[in-house]
Design a protein around this ligand. Structure first.
Ligand SMILES: [Cu+2]
Length: 504
């Protein structure tokens, strides 16, 4: 049966298995729990009345394997955070409690919300104060697979920011939820137990086109050689000891139980602070139907999925290869340390099997509208990205057009100016060998050129810009106020890789 006959109860069951306990909306009419621990403003509240949802930021033990508990800051004491289901265009009120000693920001990634609720202090969103509370109200949009996560600077503190367990899925239902699938599975990929290393960066040749720009390459390599010649070591990178899907190390959680011929729609988000992830399922292919929650014009089959931090992929797998399989990362070391989940067909048993897929690179252009070219923008912004090796207390400093965003917490003036209703193109040139997951807040952009190849129709809010490559994205300025633009790699955004647009 395709999803036409799928019952709501079946769906709740499937979602509950896949993404941990789901938070049901607070019962309407219930009084707010103003006596809740950690709420300094207890007593009558100006915003009295029940919120639709409550999210409580708190330190919790998380059992990632049997009797193996890590300590992390979480939402509501669980990892991943509760799966929040919104209806597009239906206003919600959410109480954010902060039971920690640090100011917090909760970012509604991929949604067109106001600066007051977006969850970025750089845009002016107020912090959720330590041991305090904030109530926010907004209208979820656009429909699709979104996420929410913390948006505070971690810097050199691996116990802060996205190194923690502060990530969850927000799924916004549209007016029609069509699709030829039997059921959905939500997967959150996440590493824990981070440590610093100076191993240098691993070159990741995963993107197509693979064309590098010789000018960018020369600039980057020359800067690196000059830095090393001065006796500087390579800048810090982050590695991890524990790898999980839905908070469980491979083999430690419930398997995904499937039946022969079922069409399973996977909604996968990379919740990593820093890592690009891959996924393959031996004997199966993925039909990618949406990226970052936005349907693609050309939903083709691929053997391997690649996702940078905060990227999402929705893909349908037809279960026609019975067995017990590992849906896992291509990196043997990461898989051995937990990055995978077991897929078990009904009536099959035995040790889960992994088979490495053939080498396949990731190309956004595959999902584009064939033969289409993008509309001309009203204005083009040029941005050059560069790395200053180990220049910031041993950390790499990152610049946009030669400027690192201040790391002192003060807000910077907007560097780029938008007029509402106009269409803009950002032309990016990456003079570093790292892949950068480039993210624009409060807007959706269209990929219009990747490494020299024009394309149209693929809508995203974060995408991978390849090492020594250039790319262009177009967007409509349709959300007034300050808008943050940054690399989603926590080490990069924390050490300069951010800038602000304003829109009037
Ligand atoms: Cu980056």
């Amino acid at each position: 049966m395709r999803n036409g006959g799928r019952s709501r109860r079946d769906f709740l069951k499937a979602a509950g298995i896949a993404a941990g306990a789901m938070v049901l909306p607070n019962r309407p009419g219930r009084a707010p729990s103003s006596s809740a621990a950690g709420d300094p403003s207890s007593g009558p509240q100006p915003d009295a009345g029940a919120a639709d949802y409550t999210l409580r930021i708190k330190a919790s033990p998380v059992e990632i394997a049997r009797n193996r508990f890590i300590s992390a800051t979480t939402y509501n004491g669980q990892f991943p955070g509760p799966l929040l289901r919104f209806k597009e265009g239906r206003e919600v009120t959410i109480d954010l409690y902060n039971d920690t000693d640090m100011p917090e920001q909760l970012h509604w990634h991929g949604q067109k919300v106001s600066t007051d609720v977006d969850g970025a202090s750089e845009e002016g969103t107020p912090f959720v104060p330590p041991r305090g509370k904030r109530r926010i109200t907004f209208t979820p949009r656009p429909a699709g697979f979104r996420l929410y996560h913390t948006h505070v600077r971690a810097g050199a503190n691996l116990a802060a920011g996205q190194y923690n367990g502060e990530v969850g899925i927000a799924y916004i239902e549209g007016r029609s939820e069509a699709g030829a699938y039997d059921r959905e599975e939500f997967l959150v990929l996440k590493e824990f137990e981070p440590t610093f290393s100076r191993g240098g960066d691993m070159d990741q040749d995963i993107l197509l086109p693979a064309t590098r720009d010789p000018t960018l390459e020369q600039a980057g390599e020359t800067a690196m050689k000059a830095s090393l010649a001065k006796g500087l070591p390579k800048g810090y990178e982050v590695g991890y000891a524990a790898f999980t899907i839905n908070g469980r190390v491979l083999g430690q959680g419930q398997p995904i139980r499937v039946k022969q011929d079922e069409h399973v729609l996977f909604h996968i988000v990379n919740g990593s602070a820093t890592e690009i992830r891959s996924l393959a399922l031996p004997g199966h292919t993925f039909r990618v139907v949406a990226v970052d929650g936005n349907p693609v014009p050309n939903p083709v089959q691929v053997p391997v999925l690649w996702l940078a931090p905060a990227e999402r992929i929705s893909a349908i797998v037809v279960m026609r290869h019975p067995g017990v399989w590992i849906l896992g990362d291509l990196d043997p070391d990461d898989r051995r340390h937990g990055m995978g989940i077991v897929v078990e067909y009904a009536g099959q048993s035995g040790k889960p099997v992994w088979v490495a897929p053939p080498i396949s690179r990731w190309s956004y252009a595959r999902f584009a509208r064939p033969g289409a070219t993008p509309a001309a923008p009203d204005q083009i912004f040029d941005m050059a990205f560069a790395k200053e090796n180990a220049a910031e207390g041993g950390f790499n400093r990152w610049t946009i057009n030669g400027v690192a965003y201040p790391m002192t917490g003060e807000s910077a003036p907007a560097a780029f100016h938008l007029a509402q209703g106009k269409r803009y193109r950002i032309r990016m040139r990456n003079a570093s060998d790292d892949i950068h997951p480039i993210h624009l807040h409060r807007h959706t952009f269209e990929l219009t050129r990747i490494a020299g190849q024009p394309m149209a129709g693929v809508l995203k809010d974060v995408f991978m810009l390849g090492g020594y490559q250039e790319a262009e994205v177009d967007f409509l300025a349709d959300n007034p106020g300050l808008t943050l633009f940054h690399c989603h790699q926590q080490l990069h955004m924390d050490f300069g890789f951010m800038t602000l647009f304003d829109c009037v």
